[in-house]
Each structure stands twice: as structure tokens, then as C-alpha cells.
Design a protein around this ligand. Structure first.
Ligand code: MRU
Length: 350
């Protein structure tokens, strides 16, 4: 299967190039961003999205800040870059990979002796994050593929594919690796209201790779699990604390349904998505604008004046998770996140 990349550094800009995910599937367009304001807008508009991709974007964002800030003194230069890094870190609150990528590159930037080497160090570290992410996705894919029967139908939610990462994907990386290993895998993609990452993005990237994919409404998931058509549910994650898996709103509902119907519920995520420092209660769940629910194109769907609740993510308690597939292997209950991260210190200490 051909490896395709979602975002990368373009020295000619200089800046970040990326597939604009708001336009898919109607239009495949590569966008560019040369300043931090534009990067923050791209992240908040979900032109760049998905936890591992946000980690890469956060890293390149600090490299971009290092290139665009000048400062009249070394102190002013590093203060300005720290300020810009803070703005990128805050641009979306739930996916921990974003702050992880920002902080990892910022640490390398701040440790350098002068402006030129700080800029070079920041860019080198951001490249390292992008390269590692691809490697992690392939390892997750290979481990995850061992969990799947030779013929199976998987249900997934949102998009945890190449588009959500540097390339290959986490949950969809498992699908890709299983198909490469000769397994017959069918994917049921939940459309994922309101922004339709499942219908637009998961369906687009799997169909492009010739993988069997069918889209359902989110509310069809329980019915299709009950009628025995699903062998496993597999999703990505935005943050994994000791007690819960944060992922796209609707994931918890699938986990409850899967448990009721004795279907395994798998989470595929790199260690950069783990957060041993917080509990579920301490994580901010992003709430997005009313327009995402109330409007489709020029049509109004909800009467004026009626409020909405538009949570972007939910938390699935660990007791509903059958296994977590990481680049270091498959972990099973009882999940000991702190022990896992202390064995791999480079991931939890940027
Ligand atoms: O709001 P989004 O599209 O950024 O949400 C993305 C998800 O919820 C993904 O499932 C998650 O980031 C895992 S991506 C490998």
C-alpha cells in the first residue's frame, strides 16, 4: 500500500504543508501555512486534525515560530517563541499530543546556545516527531493485526487513519497492516456527526486504498452490533488517562454497546497520546460552536434561539476497553498507564 503523508515541512515556503481535511472528499488540496496565526486557524477549523497529526503540527508550529520570531535580544527571542508555543498549545484542549509535540520541540529550542542553532534544533526535533509517528503507526498496525481473525468486519468511529497522523494511521493502520498481511477486513465507518470525519475522511482514505468500507449513521451502530455483523470495534484516542480513553464524541456509546454484545473494544494509540498526570475529571473536553449542529451549507436545521451542546469528545471508562494497541505492544486490563510510561520515559517527558 502506498504511504501518503498528511503534513510536512516545506523548506521552499518556508512553512508547513498539509492536506486540507475540511475539503475532502469533494476536493483534494494541499494548503500551506507560513505563520503561527494561520496554523492556529488551521487547527481550530480542523484543516489539520487527529491527535498524532496535531502532535506533528505542534512540533512544526514551534519550528515555524522560531523562524518567524526575531526579537532584539536572545531573551526577547526566546520569550516570543515561548509565547507563540503557548498559543499553539492552547488551540485545542483535548488531544494531549498537541501539547506534547509543542513542549518536546520547545525544550530543544530553549536548550540551544544561539538563535541559529535554536532554529535548527527546533526543526530537527519536529522532523523527528513526524518520522517517529509514521514508525509508531506501522508498529501499532503490525501488533493490532495479530488481534484480528483472518476474515472480519470492524466498526470504527471518526477518523483514526493516515489523515489523523503523519501517515498510515492508528486504528486504520491496524486495518492496513492486516490487509497487507493477507487478511480480509471490512470496515463499517460511523459517519461521526457533526463534522462527518467518518463519512468524509475514513471512507475516502480506505476507498482510495481499495479497502472495503461502508458508511452508517452513528445511530445504526447499536443495531448492527446486535445483529451480529461486527467482530470488533476499533478506535483511536485523543488522550488516555489512567482511568479513561478520550476520543471523538460517540465513542463511549459504541463501547457500551460493544460490551453489551460481547464484542471486543480496541483502542489503537501511540504512547504520545497517554497522559499519566491527569485523571478523567481533570481533562477539558472541547466544546465547539452552535453552527456545526445548526447549519448544513445554507440550510438551518435547528430553530433560532434553541441552544445546542456540541461536545467534540467523550471519555470511555477503562473497564469497557478490551485492549490498547501501542507501538510497544498490546496492553490488556488492568491497565497500568504510569508503569507503562515510566518504562518509556522519552514519551511522557518532553
Ligand atoms: O476533532 P478531531 O477530528 O480532531 O477528532 C479526532 C479523533 O477523535 C480521533 O479519533 C483521534 O484523534 C485519534 S486519531 C489517530
Amino acid at each position: 500500500m502506498k504511504e501518503t503523508f498528511t503534513l510536512w515541512w516545506d523548506e521552499a515556503l518556508p512553512g508547513i504543508r498539509y492536506i486540507d481535511q475540511t475539503l475532502l472528499p469533494a476536493e483534494y488540496a494541499i494548503a500551506g501555512c507560513t505563520n503561527v496565526d494561520r496554523l492556529i486557524a488551521a487547527i481550530q477549523r480542523l484543516e489539520i486534525r487527529g491527535a498524532p497529526a496535531l502532535g506533528v503540527a505542534g512540533g512544526y508550529g514551534v519550528a515555524l515560530a522560531a523562524q518567524t520570531c526575531s526579537g532584539t535580544s536572545p531573551e526577547e527571542f526566546s520569550r516570543d517563541v515561548r509565547h507563540e508555543a503557548g498559543r499553539i498549545r492552547e488551540s485545542r484542549p483535548t488531544a494531549v499530543n498537541l501539547s506534547w509535540g509543542v513542549d518536546r520541540v520547545l525544550a530543544r529550542f530553549l536548550a540551544a546556545a544561539d538563535a541559529a542553532s535554536a532554529r535548527a534544533a527546533a526543526l530537527a526535533e519536529a522532523h523527528a516527531i513526524a518520522t517517529e509517528d509514521t514508525r509508531c503507526c506501522h508498529a501499532i498496525g503490525d501488533y493490532g493485526a495479530t488481534l484480528l481473525p483472518d476474515r472480519c468486519t470492524l466498526l470504527t468511529h471518526c477518523n483514526a487513519g493516515a489523515l489523523a497522523c503523519s501517515s498510515w494511521g492508528t486504528a486504520l493502520g491496524v486495518v492496513r497492516s492486516a490487509v497487507e498481511a493477507g487478511k480480509t477486513v471490512k470496515v463499517i465507518a460511523c459517519e461521526t456527526r457533526p463534522l462527518l470525519q467518518g463519512a468524509r475522511l475514513t471512507a475516502w482514505e480506505l476507498a482510495r486504498d481499495g479497502i472495503d468500507v461502508t458508511v452508517i449513521t452513528d445511530s445504526t451502530a447499536a443495531h448492527i452490533m446486535r445483529t451480529g455483523k461486527i467482530d470488533a470495534v476499533i478506535v483511536g484516542a485523543d488522550r488516555i488517562t489512567g482511568d479513561a480513553v478520550f476520543n471523538k464524541i460517540g465513542t463511549y456509546m459504541h463501547a457500551v454497546c460493544a460490551r453489551h454484545h460481547h464484542i471486543p473494544f480496541y483502542v489503537a494509540a501511540p504512547l504520545s497520546t497517554f497522559d499519566a498526570t491527569r485523571t478523567e475529571q481533570e481533562v477539558t473536553i472541547e466544546e465547539r460552536g452552535r453552527d456545526e449542529l445548526a447549519e448544513i451549507g445554507s440550510r438551518t436545521l435547528i430553530p433560532d434561539g434553541v441552544p445546542v451542546k456540541n461536545y467534540a469528545f467523550d471519555a470511555t471508562p477503562m473497564e469497557l476497553v478490551s485492549a490498547i494497541i501501542t507501538e510497544q505492544g498490546i496492553i490488556r486490563p488492568p491497565f497500568d498507564i504510569s508503569a507503562l510510561l515510566s518504562r518509556t520515559a522519552s514519551y511522557n517527558e518532553p
